[in-house]
Design a protein around this ligand. Structure first.
Ligand SMILES: Nc1ncnc2c1ncn2[C@@H]1O[C@H](COP(=O)(O)OP(=O)(O)OP(=O)(O)O)[C@@H](O)[C@H]1O
Ligand SMILES: CC(C)(CO)[C@@H](O)C(=O)NCCC(=O)O
Length: 397
């Protein structure tokens, strides 16, 4: 498996460089995410740089290469360690004063696996706060990456033009194993205002038990063929087929997720796993959408960005969340999704290498929109190359 897939238009000089000059990790309850930079070509006064003309002149502290993304299951952390070992941390990689190499790391695994990384790779995990990293990653992506955020309404994906002067405040809802809701007011200005334990881990865990699926993607795939009405109790099931107009509930609204299983004379084996998976996905997505809206309402926020690997670019998930936010807010608040949804924390940890703060560290090269790779997050597990690398340079000044 070669994770260094280089999209069309990439510089062939960087393709062969397997050494990593900067690597950061976000090791969560379910997935370990990696962001790493490879390539060491210096860039001299290059006008292809997108954000800062000034940087081209300071060639000694500027590296040109690509940012890569990869993920591993946390329960198979040895595979992640083997991957890092195979790539090698090059001489440019940050070191402790007079000591070994350090790797910026966030998420619970930065604490849990610190000894293991020291033992197997002789690297010291330099811990960064998870919420700080999520916010730094989200801010960077929203401000710097072209076509990062999008809405998903009625099956249509539409990219959102971000106005940097009118980005804050927003609610960031990160759906990992559990869910964190963070009110973001600016760079490094935020508060984790809510959270719920009913998250991606709940969907994957319950789904695994109910369907015996062996992978998350298999469970998602199954859900696409299911019909939740076989399992869910609808308003019409309770009201003899009719709507409950007085309180604004149509006959097809879900009155009770999984509620139909109580009265049906069936055991688990009598249900199609597709229907169970569908109902579960809808229940979790709907619930998070509603909680996100209520949290946004509490703080008067109208923009809600959703991140975390639970979303996985999955149409049904995004649609359910969007509908929930739209329905409860009566169209006042908007759900937005992010192309690099699962890598916010890892990107934030990566940016913490910059002592000056997250700004002006990663500079993107100008993209030719025709060559911009599609990033839909739906490819199979083995192919981490699904996450297209980004042509950029690092300003190490
Ligand atoms: N290949 C996969 N294997 C397992 N879960 C996956 C996979 N792809 C997507 N998921 C979903 O993503 C969730 C994990 O998302 P993410 O990596 O953002 O969180 P985490 O960092 O592991 O969790 P936490 O932040 O709560 O510690 C899983 O619970 C599952 O719902
Ligand atoms: C514990 C974390 C922050 C670990 O990433 C996450 O799983 C989470 O936000 N869980 C929800 C916990 C709660 O607020 O109830």
């Amino acid at each position: 498996m070669d994770l260094e897939v280089t999209p069309a238009g990439a510089n062939s000089d960087t393709r062969s460089d397997a050494r990593i000059s900067h690597l950061a990790l976000d090791i969560g309850g379910t997935l370990a995410k990696l962001v790493y930079f490879s390539g060491n070509k210096k860039l001299l006064n290059d006008d292809r740089v997108q954000s800062s003309a000034e940087v081209g002149g300071r060639s000694s502290s500027v590296l040109h290469g690509r940012l890569h993304f990869a993920k591993f299951e946390t329960r198979k952390i040895d595979e992640c360690i083997a991957f890092i070992h195979s790539k090698e941390l090059g001489s440019q990689h940050p070191k402790e004063l007079g000591n070994g190499k350090i790797v910026k790391a966030t998420g619970g695994g930065a604490f849990k696996f610190a000894d293991l990384f020291k033992e197997k790779l002789d690297v010291c995990l330099d811990k960064e706060d998870e919420m700080d990293c999520l916010v730094a990653g989200a801010n960077f992506l929203l401000k710097a990456v072209h076509q990062e955020a999008f809405t998903y309404i009625g099956g249509q994906k539409e990219f959102v033009q971000i106005n940097q002067d009118d980005l804050y405040p927003f609610l960031l809802v990160n759906i990992g194993s559990g869910v964190s809701m963070i009110k973001v007011d600016g760079n490094g200005k935020f508060e984790r205002v809510s959270g719920t334990s009913l998250g991606g881990g709940t969907f994957w865990g319950l789904g695994k038990l109910l369907t015996k699926c062996n992978s998350f993607d298999e469970l998602l795939e199954l859900s696409q063929q299911g019909n939740n009405r076989v399992v869910d109790m609808l308003v019409g099931d309770i009201y003899g087929g009719g709507d409950y107009n007085k309180i604004g509930l149509s006959s097809t609204a879900i009155a009770s997720s999984f509620g139909k299983t109580v009265s049906a004379n069936k055991v688990l084996e009598n249900y199609r796993t597709e229907d169970l998976a569908r109902s579960l996905l809808r229940m979790i997505s709907n619930n998070i959408g509603q909680l996100a809206y209520l949290t946004a309402l509490r703080f008067g926020l109208r923009r809600i960005f959703f991140g975390g690997f639970f979303i996985r670019g999955q149409c049904y998930t995004m649609d359910t969340i969007s509908v929930a936010v739209h329905y409860w807010s009566k169209g006042d608040a908007q759900a937005m999704f992010m192309r690099h949804e699962g890598f916010l924390g890892a990107l934030g940890a990566f940016m913490s290498y910059n002592k000056q703060g997250p700004d002006n560290f990663i500079h993107l090269m100008k993209q030719d929109p025709k060559h911009e790779p599609e990033f839909d997050g739906t490819a199979p597990e083995e192919e981490d190359s699904e996450y297209a690398s980004i042509d950029c340079f690092l300003d190490l000044a």
